[in-house]
Design a protein around this ligand. Structure first.
Ligand code: XIL
Length: 327
């Protein structure tokens, strides 16, 4: 099985064989590129919207939701028997001006949050099995909460409230707190565990933590991942790898691709070790033809599993091999 895992089987079928979910964020190319859609259908048993379920896109005006694009993704997921992750109810970015700049009383603000969360969770019940309820609420510089329009409007309470509203709307959905910079030991990770312990003590319906995992080749915290997933599991929570990519400093050569493949393989081993508590691994995109990396990280690229021509890179083969030979 090992040698030819990559040609014989897709990542999707290998993951299904291990009882786990593998997939990616789906971006704009979904609406323009048939080959991209074919690649998704072949390789993924779970997808997440890269942008179209974010507040600013799906609820651009107070009285108007723009369901079209998200509905199309959900229909695609259903047609191809995939699950979806929902991303994301509460974030300080990609929020519509009416919300971010609005001057609402506290009760009104919570009412708006409840209405938004309920509308999405109810509409996509049954397909969106888990939600990133709150995204990136922790501070990057050692404080507790990020200073954002959310924390300025209502301190910490928006976090508990969003989870409670989501649970009320869809009691079957698994609810995650999602962030970056928490994958290895650091102050932000300690703040994460403070947040989690507090939420658990208050009886907030939280079920898991999304580890974004935007990494750079040569600096992938494999041991950190093993430890943090273990710590999350000890709290009785699930972990999910939600936005994995491993960017390479240009120019990319064979050596860098081989190093990246080793790192994807090492992370896949950790993922499979913990499949009881971490059963979903998503990359933030699928082909290097379309990726947020070169846009957001100057000088970096080639972070994903498939190349610009949709061919599996050494990283994809390495992931497939891990799935196959550890079965
Ligand atoms: C990014 C998208 O990939 C971009 O297309 C968009 O312009 C900005 O957001 N963390 C997250 C994701 O939780 O929502 C972000 O996605 C990447 C970082």
């Amino acid at each position: 099985m090992k040698a030819n895992a990559k040609t014989a089987a897709t990542l999707r079928s290998l993951a299904a064989g291990r009882g786990v979910r593998i997939g990616c964020a789906v971006g704009r190319a979904f609406w323009s590129d048939e080959r991209y859609r074919e690649l998704l259908a072949r390789e993924c048993n779970v997808i997440v919207a890269e942008n179209v379920m974010k507040w600013g896109l799906i609820h651009p005006e107070r009285e108007r939701y723009d369901w079209g694009p998200a509905d199309e993704l959900v229909a695609f997921a259903r047609a191809h028997r995939m699950r979806m992750r929902g991303h994301t109810f509460v974030w300080h970015r990609q929020a519509p001006p009416w919300l971010e700049k609005g001057t609402f009383g506290r009760d009104e603000f919570f009412g708006i949050l409840r209405e938004h969360v309920t509308a999405l969770a109810v509409r996509y019940q049954g397909v969106v099995a888990e939600w990133d309820v709150v995204n990136e609420a922790l501070d990057d510089n050692g404080g507790f909460l990020r200073n954002s329009f959310w924390s300025r409007a209502c301190g910490q309470d928006f976090i508990d409230a969003a989870f409670s509203y989501a649970h009320e709307a869809d009691p079957d959905a698994l609810l995650f707190y999602n962030d970056y910079g928490i994958e290895y030991e650091c102050v932000k990770q300690e703040r994460l565990f403070e947040l989690l312990r507090g939420m658990i003590a208050r009886g907030v319906p939280i079920h898991g933590v999304g580890l974004q995992c935007h990494f750079e080749t040569g600096k992938v915290p494999v041991e950190g991942m093993r430890r943090v997933i273990g710590r999350i599991a000890k709290l009785g929570l699930k972990a999910a790898i939600t936005e994995l990519d491993i960017r390479i400093a240009r120019p990319t050569g064979a050596q860098e691709l081989a190093q990246q493949a080793k790192e994807y393989a090492a992370l896949t081993r950790v993922f499979l070790e913990f499949s009881g508590s971490c059963d979903c691994q998503l990359t933030w995109g699928i082909t290097d033809r379309y990726s947020w990396v070169p846009v957001f990280f100057e000088g970096f690229d080639d972070a994903l599993l498939f190349d610009r021509e949709y061919r599996p890179k050494p990283a994809a083969d390495a992931v497939a091999t891990e799935f196959a030979h550890r079965a």
